[in-house]
Write a protein that binds this ligand. Structure first.
Ligand code: PLP
Length: 426
């Protein structure tokens, strides 16, 4: 990893460090206030959906089902909205539940129900002692919610094709392993999409795992391409049906990063058996979701191809921010082996791996100069990156010029810390 650093003489290293430190002080003096921590859409992205405001124009009745969106009823969602999002989940409209504004909340509820009550065909509630597989680096909120519910997380590394499936297949032979978190497309933070082979092996897990094992398939970025002809993800529900394992798959998504973040609607796709179970427990929590907002979305998007066209507008706005980041990193760090970074075809994140032991130091050095980065370790269960090397970058929210400044400051911090680390070892 740090072969370039190793090849430099101590004198050269010291010179390089002095140059990097001088640049750092210069950037610090600019009193920057930059934040690339969370994967939020930018203001111009959410503005792409401004026509949701007023789109109903007094017509609150869903045109096909004739349901009055203003009233109670149809607590699992408007049939028209289910039809719209079913292809995003890769399930049938009858397998969709629409609920709330956040897919994370649907996932939390699912795991809480499983923990307290057990899942269909389960032996008992998952309860304390249950273990969930976490693919690392991964999405911090998956890990924190699992830990909050008292379940244990077991890390499995992400490979270029998806989770290390040899490890996963071995782990699920243990009946206390009840689930696996997956962000199968443009994964958070690595940006890769699971290969067809990996999805096939995942779909077969239901044959070797305990009957109450569940794949929590958080497909948050199904249509969030940054490039033309983005990645294709194999439909896990279709495959599972062919293996008779459809009860092991739970799929999630939301309109948050399609229209208004946190002010759209979330959805889940499940086998009829799981859906009945989930709906029963949800009916204790809510009388129903905001169907008026669902109807707004149905009026805005006729079908999947409308959504895809809309997502191209998002890509036009955010792709330049990713490109700006790569350009700075290429200029500053290419061929230096201080860092490697992902260049995903979609999603919201860039994952940067540093020299082992450097991530926390880089994050705090950057903070001292006004750049907020996701805390080191956040992409691992319990906030502990065993190699202290991964940093997640979210370039979508700040304006382009700020992304450039942030990338430059981040790169200079990486240089300072990497050079200090190498000198400290001599
Ligand atoms: C993988 C993943 N899942 C879920 C979410 C949150 O989605 P929602 O707004 O639907 O809760 C995010 C947000 O960053 C995410 O990256």
């Amino acid at each position: 990893m740090n072969s370039v650093l190793k090849s430099l003489s101590t004198e050269d290293l010291t010179n390089e460090l002095n140059i990097a430190k001088a640049r750092f002080e210069q950037l610090k003096a600019a009193n920057l206030s930059l934040d690339i921590t969370r994967g939020k859409p930018g203001t111009d992205q959410v503005a792409l959906s401004n026509r949701l405001d007023g789109i109903l124009n007094g017509d609150f009745i869903a045109h096909e089902s004739k349901i009055d969106s203003r009233n109670y009823g149809n607590f699992d969602g408007l049939p028209e909205a289910k039809k719209l999002v079913a292809p995003l989940l890769g399930v049938l409209p009858t397998e969709v539940f629409i609920g709330g504004n956040s897919s994370l909340s649907l996932m939390y509820h699912t795991i809480a129900f499983a923990t307290f009550f057990g899942v269909p065909n389960g032996i008992a509630p998952w309860g304390k002692g249950a273990k969930i597989i976490a693919i690392v680096p991964g999405y911090d909120r998956h890990f924190t919610l699992t830990a909050e519910l008292g379940l244990e997380l077991i890390s499995v590394p992400m490979t270029a094709e998806g989770p290390d499936m040899d490890m996963v297949e071995e782990l699920v032979k243990d009946p206390t392993v009840k689930g696996i978190w997956c962000v199968p497309k443009y994964s958070n933070p690595t940006g890769n999409t699971y290969s067809a082979k990996v999805v096939d092996r995942l779909a077969k897990l239901g044959k070797i795992a305990t009957s109450d094992f569940r794949i929590i398939w958080d497909n948050a970025y199904e249509v969030h391409h940054l490039v033309q002809n983005g990645d294709q993800l194999t439909n896990i529900m279709e495959l599972s049906r062919t293996y008779g394992t459809e009860d092991s798959v739970l799929i999630y998504g939301s309109m948050s990063k399609i229209t208004f973040a946190g002010a759209a609607f979330a959805y889940t796709g499940m086998s009829p058996t799981n859906l009945k179970w989930f709906s029963k427990h949800m009916s204790m929590i809510t009388v129903g979701d905001d169907k008026v907002n669902q109807l707004r979305h149905v009026r805005m998007f006729k079908d999947l191809s409308d959504i895809e066209m809309h997502m191209q507008q998002h890509a036009k706005i955010i792709n330049p921010k990713f490109e700006a980041f790569y350009k700075v990193f290429d200029q500053e760090l290419k061929d230096l082996s201080y860092a490697t970074w992902t260049m995903p075809n979609g999603g919201y994140f860039i994952s940067v791996d540093l020299i082992n032991g450097c991530a926390s130091k880089v994050v705090s050095l950057a903070a001292s100069a006004g750049l907020k980065l996701t805390p080191a370790g956040a992409t691992f269960p319990y906030g502990k990156d065993p190699e202290d090397k991964n940093v997640r970058i979210a370039p979508t929210y700040p304006p382009l010029t700020e992304v450039e400044q942030a990338a430059k400051l981040f790169a200079v911090c990486i240089k300072v810390v990497s050079l200090e680390e190498e000198l400290g070892q001599r």
